[in-house]
Design a binder for this molecule. Structure first.
Ligand code: ATP
Length: 420
């Protein structure tokens, strides 16, 4: 019997007919489900808009804070603990709540937005050891503006939270990560350099930032290099930190003697440094010494301590260019140990010696530390201090004042006790 006839006969059979009826309902249900799925896909594709933000994206943490602010009624939170350091050195612990993994619904600009935070169990960020995460925003409609608006708000919120602080970044693998306690901005006037030096550098940097057109019109890469050199403890790093605060910039701190630093990595890091940041290469002399000082003519000997080569460093510095103002600061205690190629104009445009305290500086420091004291006392301190030790670093002087916090006269009487 042909198969069709056989099925027909079964259908007419009173025992099997009902079964066929059920099969019919089952098929109809399956079809309806399939139809609904297709309909859903169609609906999602045409009437819903989604935005996925992975945790490696810069905006990820901003968005978490934004979600916390807007998902006020969510009861599923996770905590992130951070520390905040005051100028006095006191550390405050701060707890930030973030939406926990799962779904959250937010009412925003007359739209319901579903936010899904997902955490990968299998995949871990090798640099931080934290699991990969992402947040996905889903909204009805096709209007992308809602996402732009969320991103903009999240960024503004983050900037507001950073206001008054200087963010320090350090290189982790192929990217920059904020590290340490967020620092309260150090006021420029708290770093006392020799008369006119701070103004010279601040004016130069500000002028540079304000004139991108000048560089573009001349086809000159929009970057500027600075070298501060001089004995330890005279304020090179403190000044750069205060300058970053003055400009509202962050600092990307990098050690060239890091053994894991290769030419490619340095090149990459310099090109992906966060916007509005100063790249600070401290103690550049520690990584490379001048070819002229090497005992051998073998060029292979002129390698850095790690996998970074000198030519790799020069290339990376030359390659630093972007539409953003790119500011590189280098510091050293030994300028004569640096290869002239490293500090030629174009790589270093402004060199500044930051040396031991002058008489003027000492009097200024005294006045800042003991604001109620007459100016003549500052002069007296400066004169006596220089008579005892002509080469005093600001760090030594500051340390001395700290011992006589409440005793300005004592700091003058005991000037010979300033620590070497
Ligand atoms: N000119 C200055 N005015 C006020 N404080 C200063 C000054 N110079 C140094 N200090 C204080 O001394 C300490 C060390 O200073 P800093 O690290 O800036 O010196 P540096 O020149 O960068 O030293 P190094 O060459 O060892 O890196 C800081 O705590 C800083 O507050």
């Amino acid at each position: 019997m042909p198969l069709a006839d056989f099925l027909g006969a079964l259908k007419d059979n009173p025992y099997f007919g009902a079964g066929f009826g059920l099969v019919g309902v089952g098929t109809a249900l399956a079809l309806a489900r399939k139809g609904a799925q297709v309909g859903m896909v169609f609906f999602r594709r045409h009437y819903m808009i989604t935005l996925e933000v992975p945790s490696r994206d810069k905006s990820y943490h901003w968005l978490l804070s934004w979600i916390t602010k807007h998902a006020k009624h969510t009861q599923h939170l996770s905590v992130e603990t951070s520390y905040l350091q005051h100028e006095s050195g006191r550390v405050n612990t701060q707890f930030d709540f973030h939406p926990s993994p799962g779904n959250h619904i937010i009412w925003y600009k007359r739209k319901w937005i579903r936010v899904e935070r997902t955490r990968e169990k299998q995949m871990v960020d090798l640099h931080t050891g934290t699991p990969w995460e992402s947040v996905t925003f889903t909204a009805l409609g096709r209007d992308r503006d809602v996402f732009f608006s969320i991103l903009r708000e999240a960024r503004e919120l983050a900037l507001k939270q950073e206001e008054g602080r200087t963010v320090m970044y350090t290189a982790m693998g192929a990217e920059w990560r904020p590290f340490g306690f967020p620092r309260r901005r150090r006021p420029l006037r708290s770093v006392v350099l020799e008369h006119g030096i701070a103004e010279r550098i601040v004016d130069d940097v500000k002028e540079f930032i304000a004139n991108p057109k000048w560089y573009i019109e001349r086809g000159i890469p929009y970057r500027r290099g600075y070298l501060l050199y001089g004995p330890p403890g005279c304020g090179k790093s403190s000044f750069i930190t205060a300058l970053a605060g003055e400009l509202g910039y962050s600092i990307c701190l990098m050690s060239l003697s890091d053994r894991s630093l290769s030419d490619d990595r340095l090149n990459h890091l310099l090109s992906v440094a966060p916007q509005q940041s100063i790249i600070l290469l401290e103690d550049v002399d520690a990584a490379f010494i001048s070819r002229e000082l090497l005992p051998t003519e073998n060029p292979l000997a002129y390698q850095g301590m790690g996998r970074l080569t000198f030519s790799g460093l020069l290339n990376a510095l030359d390659g630093v260019a972007s539409s953003e103002a790119r500011i590189v600061f280098m510091t050293t205690n030994f300028i004569d140990r640096l290869d002239p190629a490293l500090i030629r104009p174009g790589r270093v445009d402004l060199k500044q010696y930051v040396g031991y305290c002058s008489r003027w500086q000492l009097a200024q420091m005294y006045g800042r530390f003991y604001p109620g004291e007459p100016a003549a006392e500052g002069e007296r301190f400066a004169e006596r201090a220089l008579a005892v030790q002509p080469e005093l670093s600001a760090a030594q002087v500051q340390g001395h004042f700290m011992l006589y916090k409440m005793d300005p006269a004592g700091s003058i009487e005991n000037v010979e006790k300033i620590e070497h």
